[in-house]
Design a protein around this ligand. Structure first.
Ligand code: FES
Ligand SMILES: [Fe+2]
Length: 424
């Protein structure tokens, strides 16, 4: 349970301290596939409530600019993307990917207004199938978080992108909530059979440990075999401000998984679920989207939001529930988001009753409030005062001897075998 003030500080990102702090990290703006085409359609993007436009110019360079033209604020997303820049269709002013004004045809020659005119542009990086940006002050730009999957060839990475009509924190809390998957997703998890062979313990003990980038926690269960001498440990990583690394599936031919929850504004979040190879084999993106029932144009609308929502009660099918489905909702992202949206756009955390299974959620809130305090005091942010070996961070699960510390699981791992140096 939180006080109202704590809940507001954690959840409000638009013109609020939390949003200011989040701007000091690299964040995904969109998928590479959305702006793959040179001179293609410019893409409107919102992050922390800020309107942006993303485009790829004639030379293949990516630009992220303020959406509104600095002349009289028409949207550059209406613009013409041609000959090395984006031209506002209202009066023809044209800008390059750096925000420099290339042409200002409505102003007389010799009047150097054009040379002085710039619009704001932001750093861009394309990695792991995502287009990333940094929206904070240039002097505090941190190193890029080069997770192992950001270095893999695109064929080894599949991304599902899904819009959620809730505050980002509800999404994050779902991703660091180990106990729910034994219920909500029980008929959806592909390694469920393997998992339930390993353990049928429904009430894990949760232990957490702070790390410079956030924290990691273990859900510790009694294994079915050798419960007196062994323990089954699932370790999840929380990386500030809104990323989680989920335990790698026990079946190593299944991809590993990272979850990122980018706040579009205070009540809408874009989820990027990244599935990446554990063994160097390709990961089929279309198959992942189909498996999760988040296929663009079928399960999702033109803006990547789910067609299931509160209006149609998340397309929950009671007949399916009578016939073996636990939730009557297809795909585990849809199941998560139905629960999260059913809480309301910003859940009132003064009304909760947290149990021992919520230890990780309590830790995350404490860590993020502390991060915010550090930010306001001008101290280094989480993950930014020491170099973090992002490429060696992983969530993992293993059965280990009962006396061994759980911290041995998902410790800074070996470089991922699937990240061949040649592919960097
Ligand atoms: S508003 Fe863009 S050129 Fe006038
Ligand atoms: Fe879930």
């Amino acid at each position: 349970m939180l006080s109202r003030q704590e809940n507001d500080r954690l959840t409000q990102v638009v013109n609020a301290p939390m949003g200011q702090m989040m701007r000091r990290y690299w964040v995904p703006a969109c998928l590479g596939e959305e702006v793959a085409e040179r001179d293609g359609t410019p893409l409107r993007v919102r992050i922390f409530g800020q309107p942006l436009v993303v485009f790829r110019d004639s030379g293949g360079r990516l630009g992220i600019l303020d959406e509104h033209c600095p002349h009289r604020l028409a949207s550059l997303a209406l613009g013409r993307n041609e000959e090395g820049g984006i031209r506002c269709v209202y009066h023809g002013w044209k800008f390059d990917v750096e925000g420099r004004c290339m042409e200002m045809p409505t102003e007389p020659e010799g009047y150097n207004f054009r040379d002085r005119m710039r619009t704001r542009s932001y750093p861009v990086r394309e990695a792991g199938g995502l287009v990333w940006t940094y929206l904070g002050p240039p002097e505090t730009q941190p190193p890029f978080p080069d997770y192992d999957w950001t270095r893999m060839p695109k064929e080894q990475v599949a991304i599902i992108k899904v819009g959620e009509r809730v505050n980002y924190l509800q999404g994050v809390e779902g991703s660091i909530d180990s106990s729910h998957s034994w219920f909500l997703h029980r008929d959806t998890i592909w390694d469920w059979k393997k998992r339930s062979e390993v353990s049928s313990d429904l009430s894990p003990r949760i232990e957490a440990q702070d790390e410079p980038y956030g924290f990691r926690y273990a859900a510790i269960r009694k294994p079915n075999a050798n419960p007196d001498t062994e323990k089954y440990v699932r370790v999840t990583q929380f990386i500030a401000p809104f990323t989680a690394l989920i335990p790698r599936p026990l079946v190593r031919s299944e991809p590993a998984h990272a979850q990122i929850f980018v706040p579009l504004d205070d009540v809408r979040t874009m989820f990027y679920g990244v599935f990446f190879s554990q063994d160097g084999a390709p990961v089929d993106e279309a198959a992942q989207r189909a498996k999760h029932h988040v296929v663009p144009g079928v399960d999702l609308d033109a803006n990547w939001f789910r067609k299931g929502n509160t209006e149609n009660w998340f397309l929950q099918d009671r007949e399916l529930m009578k016939n073996g489905s636990y939730t009557g909702i297809k795909g585990f992202t849809n199941q998560d988001m139905a629960c999260q949206e059913s809480m309301g756009p910003v859940v009132d955390r003064t009304q909760e009753h947290l149990g021992t299974s919520d230890v990780a959620i309590i830790r995350m809130r404490r860590r993020m409030l502390e991060a915010l305090r550090r930010f306001e005091a001008g101290e280094p942010l989480l993950g930014q005062d020491t170099p973090i070996p992002y490429e060696r961070l992983r969530g993992d699960q293993q059965v280990i001897p009962i006396g061994e510390p759980w911290q041995s699981v998902g410790a800074y791992g070996e470089p991922n075998a699937a990240t061949a140096p040649a592919s960097r």
